[in-house]
Design a binder for this molecule. Structure first.
Ligand code: TA6
Length: 303
């Protein structure tokens, strides 16, 4: 099966009213969606949503102006995919963190448009690279739906004859007014692995506030999470299904400086709240079984 060509993508897009396509960098096509309810941009490299706004609202996602747009590097911001492992590879430190799905050019399979939403259907084409990184026969699909809310559904299929396990995350970077002005509710009394404190297990007391680097995997939670942002006079609501972990991360000063693709002080305008299945919440798939990791994000402005 040949990889989809840029002209095949252009032909699919040409038949639509709400979608256009351009090259963000040589060979890296970005789709732009504009409908009556919202707008978004999505990179086919990594199947990564780069931006989203509903109607006349402000941008909901954070994207680094210093992001890299070339194969082999992750694009800093938007919604990078972590698949088929979250964090370091379970047994091979030579493999990149957060899996390989974000480093592949995805196939645009279909576009559906109506008065309320635009739905993009994408799939990760089988490749030698993915087969080497993940020998288990699989298929991976992503549906991105743009309207008054943004919805992502990442569906993993075990095409093999043996069971497999995987971890995954929709690694969403949200745009905020200031990291010390916000707080995050919905994870109260939930246990988490604290990556900044020797990975010890603690229990969340009250809302999450930020006074330094914070990197936590909250376990066994299906809760809706809310980012309260008085500076932007809005709350961001993050709903999910098929997910038992929620990851919360801000790199703060030193970590963001070390990343090399964040401008100085940029850490203050972003926070990651990630819909995930990580650690002991990994997913087990029986032969021919599938699993859908789903999130919906919504901005709610207030006076
Ligand atoms: O989701 C939190 C985290 O695992 C942090 O530990 C940090 O590594 C972050 O992801 C950034 O990951 P990335 O590979 O996107 O730079």
């Amino acid at each position: 099966m040949h990889p989809q060509s840029p002209s095949e993508v252009q032909a699919l897009v040409a038949a639509c009213k709400q979608v256009s396509v351009h090259e963000n960098a040589p060979g890296l096509q970005v789709l732009t969606v504009q409908n009556s309810r919202g707008s978004a941009r999505l990179s086919l490299y990594g199947a990564q949503v780069l931006s989203y706004r509903a109607g006349s609202q402000d941008e909901l996602l954070w994207l680094s102006p210093a992001a890299h747009y070339h194969q082999g590097r992750s694009i800093r911001g938007g919604i990078p995919l972590c698949w088929p492992w979250f964090g370091p590879h379970p047994s091979d430190a030579s493999k990149s963190a957060h899996g390989f799905a974000r480093h592949c050019v995805w196939q645009l399979d279909a576009i559906q448009e109506d008065s309320e939403r635009t739905r993009l259907q994408l799939s990760l084409p089988p490749s030698v690279q993915s087969a080497q990184a993940w020998p288990q026969p699989f298929a991976l699909n992503l549906e991105v739906s743009i309207g008054t809310t943004l919805q992502l559904a990442l569906t993993s299929h075990n095409l093999g004859d043996t069971p497999t396990t995987l971890s995954a995350a929709l690694h969403t970077y949200f745009a905020i007014s200031d990291i010390e002005a916000i707080h995050i509710s919905g994870l109260e009394d939930t246990c988490f692995r604290d990556a900044v404190n020797a990975h010890r297990i603690s229990r969340q007391c009250g809302p999450i506030r930020f006074h330094g680097e914070l990197d936590r995997v909250y376990h066994d939670t299906a809760a809706t999470v809310v980012i309260e942002d008085p500076g932007h006079k809005r709350r961001i609501i993050i709903r999910k299904t098929g997910s038992d972990s929620t990851v919360v991360w801000n790199p703060w000063i030193d970590k963001s400086a070390a990343l090399g693709d964040m401008l100085e002080g940029a850490y203050r305008q972003m926070v990651c709240v990630e819909t995930a299945n990580a650690d002991h919440n990994r997913i087990s798939l029986a032969p021919k079984e599938s699993h859908c990791l789903y999130t919906e994000v919504e901005g709610e402005a207030y006076d």
